[in-house]
Design a protein around this ligand. Structure first.
Ligand code: 5GP
Length: 180
């Protein structure tokens, strides 16, 4: 694949600082609301794996980790609106507090689908955290509880986010200029 032209949007230091702040915000919310028991952090694969691994280490609480595979994008840059579960949780979430960790909320369709799917399993509560939110792309009423950064409605790569399976290992977040 020919290299994509991209501009750095959020650098490593800014990401690390915000992830630590989010960790503190989530920790104090969990303390305040008494949600410490039976906490399970769910990583929405594939894009969230980098953010997830940094964020869970910034949360000061006992938590279990689970991984949920979803596919909502094809290989292009537009949301298909179709969401399917490609890898399911391995334990029950009934009665537990779920912290659902997503890399990016674009139209909100993926999170709306996941909330519906997970609510049906009777958790005590679902908290949602996304590193990135594109407010002008939202097509649903979904509102994450915790947001890292609001960004413009452009396609971004890096820090877990891909283009055709590549660029997930970029340590920063970049805006794609154009497709070759
Ligand atoms: P939504 O269902 O909110 O439209 O989209 C959520 C999913 O679409 C994300 O989990 C992510 O996989 C993908 N997505 C949305 N916007 C972007 C983007 O700018 N870059 C990349 N790489 N993926 C995106």
């Amino acid at each position: 694949m020919a290299p994509l032209k991209h501009n750095k949007l959020i650098d490593q230091q800014k990401i690390a600082k915000r992830v630590h702040e989010l960790g503190r915000e989530i920790t104090s919310f969990i303390d305040r609301e008494n949600l410490k028991d039976e906490l399970v952090a769910v990583c929405v694969l594939k894009g969230s794996f980098v953010f997830f691994s940094d964020l869970v280490r910034a949360i000061d609480a006992d938590l279990a980790t689970e991984f949920l595979g979803v596919a909502s994008y094809g290989d292009g840059m537009k949301s298909s609106g179709e969401v399917k579960v490609t890898l399911d949780l391995t334990s029950s979430i009934e009665g537990r507090t779920v912290l659902l960790i997503e890399d990016i909320v674009d139209t909100g369709l993926t999170m709306e689908f996941l909330m519906k799917t997970l609510q049906a399993r009777k958790p005590r509560k679902i908290l949602t955290c996304t590193l990135l939110l594109k407010p002008s792309a939202l097509k649903t009423d979904f509102k994450p509880d915790f947001v890292g950064f609001e960004i413009p409605n452009d396609f971004v790569i890096g820090y877990g986010l891909d283009y055709q399976g590549f660029y997930r290992n970029l340590p920063y977040i970049a805006q794609v200029q154009s497709l070759n």
